[in-house]
Ligand binder design. Structure first.
Ligand SMILES: Cc1ncc(COP(=O)(O)O)c(C=O)c1O
Length: 439
């Protein structure tokens, strides 16, 4: 007699975060039974029939069409990320910059406006100030995210999105997402949150009122610094018809006799729009190979994050006491202005990307960076290896001195992204690199 098999689990919705990061979105190879989803290196997909092709194109059948909009390897990463963030649907793209661009271009067009917090990744600020401006989308900034009046002053009738980061790169000046979400809801504007530095392991912005989450999944999600990728996640939370602002691509029929995206897709309408009308038009498709690296990297997210956090806390506290260090920007330190919020939302563990100011200004920072041996002097964050960088002369070199001062990017400031190496080796490297710097 043969035993009865109940068959493998395919619906991971009710499982824990740690289980979903390993399994959500996976599929078995139907031919060989290969356990790991294969890399679907294909540009297109054979249609079953004339009618099937028509139905896939008009959205009444589910199958894939072309890898600029959908791919099986990308689908694994998309379902895994949507599951971990608690969203309705995710779209992976070629980089974090592509994710931010596509997420916001789905909401705002030429002549419209976006409000962002001021302390964000420098590349996003450059993107807003250069390419968004060239396409006629204006971005204004709020400097104190906790000041409702400042938000109210900057938001305009044509503001179509609010943008912020959970744990801003590089200053670790965490944002109270629930409070920004209240402002956004009061004005009927969708809140788009870059959750790159925190990752869904530390915070799931939809639980705090965000509507759309974006990632540079190049960083902690993928985790090993081998490939670029980005993700857009739809929370399915925003009420597009209740807002006094217009989102016609979602609410209006594209032509007579065709239903609107909202009528057809409900809580995944925004994701449909982002995937089919923005990502598919502009074309930043993620290579299936990089999708594979992404979904495989996600499998160990919680384990890596625990080590990142443990190492970062130890190093931030150690640097804070070091005579060659003027200050440490890490919200988990009691001296930090956001300490109470850090305790409440993050249990004091505010990621592993933060800044430290070396004594002696630029000369001090230079001596420190040129002396590092274990920690890599490079740009990137969220990798297994520890990295350090001097923002003022690299990522922020295009900004005026006044702007950098306002952003807190001072000549002695270095950005650290603490990896998962042995913490004693990292402390020893920091110690020797700081040893030549006079207190
Ligand atoms: C917070 C944040 N968002 C977005 C990006 C852009 O991502 P990518 O480099 O994958 O385009 C970065 C890159 O450093 C980042 O740190």
């Amino acid at each position: 007699m043969t035993g009865t098999s109940h068959g493998p689990e395919y619906n991971w919705d009710s499982y824990s975060f740690d289980t979903r990061q390993v399994h959500a979105g996976e599929f078995d190879d139907q031919v060989s039974g290969a356990r790991i989803p294969g890399i679907a290196m294909t540009a297109g997909y054979r249609f079953d029939s004339f009618a099937d092709a028509r139905e896939r194109f008009d959205g009444t059948a589910d199958g894939m069409i072309y890898s600029r909009s959908r791919n099986p390897s990308s689908r694994v990463a998309e379902q895994r990320i949507a599951s971990l963030e608690g969203g309705t649907e995710a779209i992976v793209v070629a980089s974090g910059q592509a994710a931010i661009t596509c997420a916001l271009f789905a909401l705002a067009q030429s002549g419209e406006h976006i409000v962002s917090t001021a302390s964000i990744y420098s590349g996003t600020r450059v993107l807003f100030g250069r390419s968004f401006a060239r396409f006629g989308v204006e971005v204004d900034y709020v400097w104190d995210a906790s000041d409702d009046d400042e938000w109210d002053r900057v938001i305009r009738p044509n503001t179509k999105a609010i943008f912020t980061e959970t744990i801003p790169n590089p200053k670790n000046d965490i944002v109270d997402i629930a409070q920004v979400a209240r402002v956004a809801a009061r004005h009927g504007i969708p809140l788009v949150v870059d959750n790159t530095v925190a990752s869904p392991y530390l915070i799931r912005p939809f639980e705090y009122g965000a509507d759309i989450v974006v990632h540079s999944s190049t960083k902690f999600l993928s985790g090993h610094g081998a490939a670029l990728s980005g993700a857009i996640v739809d929370g399915g939370t925003f009420d597009w018809t209740a807002s006094s602002r217009s989102y016609p691509l979602l609410t209006d029929p594209p032509r007579a006799g065709v239903k609107s995206l909202l009528e057809r897709y409900g809580r995944t309408a925004y994701a449909r729009l982002a995937r089919e009308a923005v990502v598919n038009d502009i074309g930043p498709a993620l290579s299936p190979f990089n999708s594979f690296l992404l979904h495989q990297g996600i499998e160990t997210l919680s384990l890596r994050m625990e080590r990142h956090l443990e190492n970062s806390g130890t190093i931030a506290r150690w640097l804070d006491e070091h005579p060659a260090i003027d200050s440490v920007d890490y919200a988990g330190l009691p001296s930090n202005p956001a300490y109470a919020l850090a305790q409440e939302v993050y249990g004091g563990r505010t990621g592993s990307v933060f800044a430290a100011t070396v004594r002696g200004g630029e000369a001090g920072a230079q001596k420190f960076l040129d002396s590092l041996r274990v920690i890599s002097h490079m740009t990137n964050i969220g990798d297994t290896r520890s990295m350090a960088l001097h923002p003022a002369t690299t990522t922020h070199h295009d900004f005026s001195d006044e702007m950098n001062l306002q952003l807190g990017i001072t000549p002695g400031l270095v950005r650290l992204s603490i990896g998962i190496e042995g913490v004693d080796d990292l402390l020893a490297d920091l110690d020797q690199a700081l040893s030549g710097i006079r207190p």
